[in-house]
Design a binder for this molecule. Structure first.
Ligand code: RFL
Ligand code: PHB
Length: 385
């Protein structure tokens, strides 16, 4: 088989890239190891920043998002005995949207613009400097070879593209804590997300819809979810999120999903090797405290699709040549913001750290300059930043 762009991975980065290339008149084929159902059901990100929403809308993917997503003006920051609202629209002129990654994925599949080989195995990348091709075994067991002008590595942190793109620099930070995340069939107890600092550890109240809540607790690395029966989780969430304060109540409900997520940051540079370009989690991971992972994947493929259309339709390599540097500017901004939110809100066990965190939180919640910095980063910078 032959195509212009061979895309490895049918997550949000891969499927959105295929959609954008299709609109630009470039052929693409996507190769994915998992089944379509598995990819669609993975529970992950929940927040879209305004530039991601604008981009999805501008390419015909905004209809259900606008109808079923929820626009939030800001977030709450919770400290023991205090809750502060940060209004991003007032502070930075931009809002965010609650719309699950599962829904973005469904919209991309429904658009039908990507030709995808699901349940592929033995996916290997070859000849990256010159005439690249991908070999794999398709779902029927047949060996396949896909020749392409360019390969886009959108296969997340465990796929083969990251390793194939080396040598380069790797930057990594492993945090000494994880998140225990639950999905619950209960109406959210809050209208906007609550990020809580607490001496016992961070907590986050997020949501997916009027009837589904998503909540997280900071837990030690290596935590076994089996040690956290539902009652224990709800009791700890109530303590950290401020149940009882000024009449606010956290309403528990049936837990439908429970998992532990390690917190780490990773950046690999450059995001290109020869004719292989990396996008999304294949090139970088951020801890979820800044809600940036999915938004970075969207921003990467917005840049990459423009670059590949210019390269493959107009024969102009300038954007392709600057892609890695252009994408990395935003990646490092979001990496810094995610690190900043993470280290400001998670208990490290060190009393000096705790005092610095409280001082920083007081500044962010009482100074317009401090609040604006958080708002501008959380609601997101323009794609071309
Ligand atoms: P994905 O979604 O991991 O997709 C990669 C795809 O590649 C496939 N693959 C392969 N395909 C072919 N051959 C191989 N050998 C392959 N190996 C793997 C995989 O099966 C998969 O389908 O990466 P992508 O597209 O770059 O998207 C990135 C986002 O998924 C990720 O950054 C976010 O989910 C991160 N994230 C959040 N981001 C936000 O912006 N806001 C949030 O609120 C947010 N919350 C989260 C998150 C991630 C979480 N987890 C579990 C990692 C909350 C959680 C809990
Ligand atoms: C989520 O809803 O899953 C979510 C929201 C905000 C974050 C992280 C995760 O910062």
């Amino acid at each position: 088989m032959r195509t212009q762009v061979a895309i490895i991975g049918a997550g949000p980065a891969g499927l959105l890239l295929a959609h954008l290339l299709h609109r630009g008149g470039v052929d693409a084929v996507v190769i994915e190891t998992r089944s379509q159902e598995y990819v669609a059901a993975r529970i992950r990100a929940g927040i879209l920043e305004s530039s991601s929403v604008d981009l999805l809308e501008s390419v015909g993917l905004g209809e259900r998002l606008r109808a079923e997503g929820h626009e939030h003006r800001g977030i709450y920051l919770q400290l023991p005995g205090e809750r502060h609202h940060l209004d991003f629209v007032d502070l930075a002129g931009r809002s965010v949207w609650v719309y699950g990654q599962t829904e973005v994925q469904k919209d991309l599949v429904a658009a039908g613009t990507a030709q995808v080989f699901y349940e592929a195995s033995q996916v290997e990348l070859h000849s990256l400097q010159d005439r690249p091709y991908v070999t794999f075994t398709d779902s029927s067991g047949a060996a396949q070879r896909l020749d392409a002008d360019v390969i886009a590595g959108c296969d997340g942190s465990f796929g083969p593209s990251r390793a194939a793109a080396t040598p380069g620099e790797r930057y990594e930070r492993v945090y000494p804590y994880s998140w225990l995340g639950i999905l619950a069939d209960v109406a959210p107890s809050t209208d906007e997300l609550i990020y809580a600092w607490h001496p016992g550890g961070f907590a986050l109240h997020s949501m997916r819809s009027e009837t589904v809540s998503r909540l997280y607790l900071q837990v030690p690395n290596g935590t076994d979810p089996a040690d956290w029966p539902d009652d224990r989780i709800w009791a700890e969430l109530a303590t950290r999120l401020g149940h009882g304060q000024d009449g606010w109540k956290l309403t528990p409900g049936p837990v439908t999903d429970k998992s532990v997520l390690p917190m780490r940051s990773y950046v690999q540079t450059p995001m290109r090797r020869g004719r292989l370009f990396l996008a999304g989690d294949a090139a970088h991971i951020v801890p979820p405290t800044g809600a940036k992972g999915l938004n970075l994947a969207v921003a990467d493929v917005a840049l990459l699709s423009r670059a590949l259309v210019a390269l493959l339709i107009d024969g102009d390599a300038r954007l392709a040549d600057s892609y890695s540097d252009d994408a990395l500017r935003r990646v490092w901004r979001c990496t810094h913001f995610s690190w900043w939110m993470t280290t400001m809100l998670h208990a490290s066990g060190d009393p000096f750290d705790a005092q610095l965190q409280l001082s920083q939180l007081r500044w962010v919640t009482s100074s317009e300059a401090g609040a604006t910095g958080l708002a501008e980063n959380y609601a997101g910078l323009p794609i071309g930043f």
